[in-house]
Design a protein around this ligand. Structure first.
Ligand code: ADP
Ligand code: MG
Length: 379
């Protein structure tokens, strides 16, 4: 027996009029876990978060908090904290009073309020900023106040909806590290929403990848990057080359262009069945002239030197293109557009994906859309 999950969603779903914002979805989140909901805009991430916080009432299913049914409990009774993208601070109140607010509405004694607010502000690096109004703080500092206001009353779960979305890249990266550290220090369960795959990979214990109102894949960052379940997951996480073909034998795939490649370490393929081969750009290597062992020959179409990495786009004779990424080459060794180039990789660098299932409709007009349940696999 494993411990009771911190929160368990049982076929929870949400429709707005006839539109399925979230298909019935089941998900268990462990105590102390950092789980990220990742997906494109409109995939249902905020809907799921709002169902957990109680801002939305569910259309179907149940929510259990530490085993207790809270499906119809008002937000105030859930003891779940929320951090918003737009900070949602009260502009006329100081940082101190913004953070004190949730304690005051809970009737906490004045002396205790002072200690707890000062502690929360210190934790987010804002000691000394107590008397500033939101407009006297930078975006990053305002979000720190938002986080302090959330941790100050020690909620069971902290929800964050794209909390770094309004910040510039450097501040976002710094705050990612700070939120990770905060999570480690306070040990509270975090459910974090982002559409930024690198942010999700960097921060999470597990990622729940969503699309079209349902879960596509639930797993560790490694699972999603190295073992994507389908082409959507492969495209959404990291960069990918996807080569379509069909199995020639249990271990070989014939691409549409007629090339046959061996794949290694994958369960036996079904001859004749359609598959896609995923080849990450960093697995593709350049074969030095005269070295032999080329798996593909093409023409350099584009070269991007971005400091630490060089990325190449190579056009293949059949009109397709392969992306490759290497640690940077000095300019005299960097291939130039128009040059012929030989490429190689190992059979085990291919990740074999099944063909994509057809998309499920999101309107209830489809009679079976209600009974749809997201499939969650933890390989
Ligand atoms: P995400 O946060 O992943 O961008 P949302 O959960 O906000 O996506 O939205 C999922 C879908 O549900 C979207 O198509 C959105 O337009 C729709 N939706 C969300 N909230 C509402 C609402 N209050 N009323 C009507 N439609 C909504
Ligand atoms: Mg959203």
């Amino acid at each position: 027996m494993t411990a009771t999950p911190m929160i368990e969603l049982q076929s929870i779903g949400k429709t707005f009029n006839q539109f399925v914002a979230l298909k019935p979805t089941s998900l268990a989140i462990e105590q102390g876990e950092f789980l990220t909901l990742l997906g494109p805009s409109g995939s249902g991430k905020s809907t799921l978060l709002n169902l957990i916080s109680g801002a939305y009432s569910s259309s179907s299913g149940k929510i259990l908090l530490k085993g207790k049914d809270i499906t119809s409990a008002p937000p105030r009774d859930r003891e779940i904290g929320m951090v918003f993208q737009n900070y949602a601070l009260m502009p006329h109140l100081s940082a101190f009073d913004n953070v004190a607010y949730p304690l005051r509405v809970r009737g906490v004694a004045k002396a205790q309020i002072h200690t707890r607010v000062m502690d929360a502000l210190k934790r987010v690096g804002l000691a000394g900023f107590e008397q500033r109004k939101p407009k006297q703080l930078s975006g990053g500092q305002q979000q720190r106040v938002g986080i302090a206001r959330c941790i100050v009353y020690s909620p069971s779960i902290i929800l964050m909806d794209e909390p770094l979305g309004a910040l510039d890249k450097n501040m976002r990266e710094q705050m990612q590290d700070e939120i990770k550290t905060l999570h480690r220090e306070i040990g509270t369960t975090f459910i974090y929403v982002t559409h930024d795959q690198e942010e999700a990979l960097n921060m999470s214990d597990r990622i729940c990848l969503m699309n079209e109102g349902g879960i596509v894949q639930l797993g560790t960052p490694d699972d999603l990057y190295f073992r994507p379940v389908n082409a959507f997951a492969a495209r959404f996480i990291g960069e990918s080359n996807l080569l379509a073909g069909s199995a020639l034998s249990a271990t070989e795939v014939r691409l549409k262009n007629g090339q046959v490649y061996s794949v290694a370490g994958h369960p036996a393929l079904v001859p004749g069945q359609a598959y896609e081969l995923l080849l990450r750009p960093e697995r593709v290597r350049i074969v030095a002239p005269g070295q032999g062992g080329a798996m593909a020959r093409g023409t350099v179409a584009g070269v991007a030197f971005i400091g630490s990495l060089t990325t190449l786009t190579v056009n293949l004779p059949d009109g397709s293109a392969l992306k490759l990424k290497t640690t940077s080459l000095p300019s005299q060794n960097r291939p130039q557009p128009g040059e012929a180039i030989d490429l190689c990789w190992a059979p085990e660098d291919f990740i074999v994906l099944g063909a994509e299932p057809p998309a499920t409709p999101r309107h209830l007009a489809a009679p079976d859309a209600v009974g749809y349940s997201s499939v969650i696999s933890r390989a």
